[in-house]
Design a protein around this ligand. Structure first.
Ligand code: NDP
Length: 319
């Protein structure tokens, strides 16, 4: 029997869409993946599964029989917001290769801060030859906000590298042995202590109603004096003006920012020119089309076999 095509919906440029379509075809040759614009009316009426990357919500609404939606992104706040409460289940991308590259980058940006690279860069600008005291990983506490698919991989990598690692989550983490060496805390009461003792805070939280603006003036003030921040999650979790103020007063030493409320970061943004901010163009967890397609193929095959929708985002919680 001919399978109903899988709809592909997104606002990607043509080359990027083609890269995904090629990777998806290679990973699941048994399926037909067709862009929304190429589906006939009859196919739109019958489509059960959509693979999406920033889709137009009005196109999603034209697929009345959708059983579930596979996102090509790990962060789904925009999809949850755009599709609203009545949307079919949303399955986000949980890709081990993404976790690996994210953990690698978190370790790299952590080393950048632990070895005082921003300060040496500033010294170089004035020709200043001054050796700063060395602080070993074992004397450096890295506090992770979020310990999900990506946070856990980062925590494990930091533990292996000898850092003291603490982490904060919403609910009590499962005691399954995967967090050996990580001091965990959860819920609102657990945050001040983690902020107060971390030399480097790494944000790997999803953007939700609860985390929007979480790192505001008060919470940044609760961070250890001289600490640094790495935000690789979503820009809106950190209040930009409050961060700039905390850096300007000298309370915080540096911030590495990979994500911003508006991307690309507008040229006029003061973040570009701030001497205590490292701006990265959202490169910490790069997409690997091949591994993402393999994860999607595995989810689809499991669904075809069992008719059970893969684990989906909790829309009320927002992640
Ligand atoms: P997960 O959903 O697997 O994990 C989220 C973690 O955050 C969980 O530990 C969760 O706690 C915790 N959390 C959520 N809400 C709260 C809260 N209110 N208070 C405390 N902790 C909370 O997400 P991933 O690890 O897969 O991804 C994290 C984010 O990384 C994505 O949402 C995305 O925005 C961002 N990202 C950035 C990329 C980049 O290139 N910069 C690339 C890919 C993703 P609990 O364990 O209790 O549920």
């Amino acid at each position: 029997m001919q399978r109903t095509p899988i709809a592909f919906l997104g606002s990607l440029d043509a080359a990027e869409e083609e890269r995904y379509r090629a990777a998806l075809s290679a990973a699941m040759p048994e399926e037909v993946v067709r862009p929304f614009r190429m589906l006939t009316q009859a196919e739109r009426a019958a489509v059960e599964i959509a693979i999406v990357a920033n889709p137009d919500p009005s196109e999603v609404a034209q697929l009345p029989r959708l059983a579930w939606i596979q996102s090509l992104w790990a962060g789904v706040e925009r999809l949850v917001r755009d599709l609203g409460p009545g949307a079919p289940p949303i399955v986000r991308l949980v890709d081990p290769e993404l976790a690996r590259t994210m953990a690698e980058a978190v370790l790299a940006w952590t080393y950048y801060l632990q070895r005082d690279m921003p300060a040496y860069r500033r010294q170089q600008e004035t020709g200043l030859w001054r050796q700063r005291p060395y602080r070993a990983p074992a004397d450096t506490t890295v506090g992770l906000l979020g310990l999900g698919a990506l946070g856990k991989a980062a925590a494990q990598r930091l533990v292996q590298a000898g850092f003291r690692v603490a982490a904060w989550t919403r609910s009590a983490p499962a005691e399954d042995g995967s967090l050996a060496g990580v001091a965990t805390a959860f819920g609102p009461d657990g945050l001040p202590d983690l902020l107060g003792r971390s030399d480097i805070v790494v944000c790997l939280l999803p953007l939700t109603a609860e985390t929007h603006g979480l790192l505001d003036a008060g919470r940044l003030a609760a961070m250890k004096p001289g600490a640094a921040l790495i935000n690789v999650a979503r820009g809106a979790i950190v209040v930009t003006d409050a961060l700039i103020a905390a850096l300007d007063t000298g309370h915080l030493e540096h911030a590495v920012l990979d994500v911003f409320e508006t991307e690309p970061l507008p040229t006029a943004s003061p973040l570009w020119r701030h001497p205590k901010i490292t701006v990265l163009p959202h490169v910490t967890g790069p997409t690997n089309h091949g591994s993402a397609a393999a994860v999607v193929a595995s989810n689809l095959r499991a669904y075809r076999e069992t008719r059970r929708v893969p684990a989906a985002v909790d829309v009320a919680r927002g992640y």
